[in-house]
Design a protein around this ligand. Structure first.
Ligand code: BTN
Length: 308
């Protein structure tokens, strides 16, 4: 109902009476008044006059009703530990495909390789529960699809020169703008769910310790609506996932990677390998050419680009 009230208020440049809202939306004037009071408490500027209500502005908060058509599958928390944990519980309890868990801030944000993902206010932090009917061997392609789609959204809508670093970081001029993390559960050899968690530095100032990080605000010199970015991303990602051609994802992703033809260092929990990144194979693994000319296939790890 809040979404419908907001939609109607936004469509009217002038004051709209409680009576008109009540008859158009089929609820009592008292209910209209209660919803409006709640919206005002949540930060919406809605002017109340003797003849009705006038919409002025909304906060950049990712409430479910800000995503018309998706409300039921969007779960917003002002502050939680990690969206990954909530999404995993929801996945296990059978939540629908494309359920989205969003946090304003995370106190235990998780990064790859057991790192912490600092998640201060102003950034975009969310996890999407995907239920693709695929074998586990294909599941990592969902991550490549997510970084591909986000890169394209940033390039097309914000003219940001976003590139991907293997496997799924998004960098701008060598600095990290976004990272993603995935978790999967399997039942009877079929993927039960793949959860894709994305952190995007939007209006937050990356922590001074994260010298190699950058935000959209820093790149564009202005604040950006997180609602707008997330809504564009969800629309594009859903289209991609629902029509996904698993054999084309990696080649599409390669158009935006800056890792191929670079000297790289790959760090895993128990190993460090250096070499020239010559390709990413159809499974998303990085192919390195080592100094003795041999080739090594790397399936996971942190990738550091060395100076060209
Ligand atoms: C990385 O680059 O190391 C991956 C970072 C992933 C961060 C996101 S923020 C939303 C989701 N919840 C988490 O705890 N982590 C992911």
């Amino acid at each position: 109902m809040k979404g419908q009230i907001l939609k109607r208020l936004k469509s009217e440049n002038d004051v709209i009476s409680g009576e008109a809202l009540s008859s158009e939306l089929g609820i009592s004037r008292v209910s209209i008044w209660k919803h409006i009071r709640k919206l005002q408490e949540l930060g919406y500027e809605i002017v109340t006059t003797s003849s009705g209500y006038r919409f002025q502005s909304s906060p950049d908060v990712l409430f479910p009703w800000e995503f018309p058509g998706r409300e039921k599958n969007i779960h917003y928390y002002d502050e939680i530990g990690s969206t990954m944990d909530i999404a995993r519980d929801m996945g296990r309890k059978g939540c629908p495909h494309f359920t989205v868990v969003i946090a304003g801030q995370q106190s235990k944000g998780r990064g790859r390789m057991k790192r912490v993902w600092l998640s201060s206010i102003g950034g975009l932090y969310f996890t999407i529960v995907i239920r693709p009917e695929i074998s586990p061997a294909l599941s990592h392609k969902v991550n490549f699809a997510a970084s591909l789609v986000l890169t394209e959204v940033l390039r097309k809508n914000y003219e940001i020169d976003a590139m991907v670093k293997w496997p799924n970081d998004i960098l701008v001029e060598g600095k990290k703008l976004s990272g993603s993390l995935s978790e999967m559960e399997v039942e009877a050899d079929i993927v039960s769910f793949v959860n894709i968690g994305i952190g995007l530095n939007v209006n937050n100032d990356p922590h001074p310790e994260e010298q190699e990080a950058v935000s959209m605000k820093k790149i564009l010199g202005r604040e950006v609506s997180r609602k707008e970015i997330l809504s564009k991303f969800l629309d594009e990602f859903e289209k991609k996932i629902d029509s996904i051609a698993y054999d084309e994802i990696i080649s599409e992703w390669k158009k935006y990677t800056m890792t191929i033809n670079r000297h790289v260092k790959i760090v895993t929990i128990d190993d460090v390998t250096e070499g020239l990144a010559v390709d990413v194979d159809e499974n998303g693994a990085l192919i390195l050419e080592l100094s003795d000319g041999s080739r090594k296939t790397i399936v996971y790890g942190d990738c550091f680009h060395k100076e060209p």
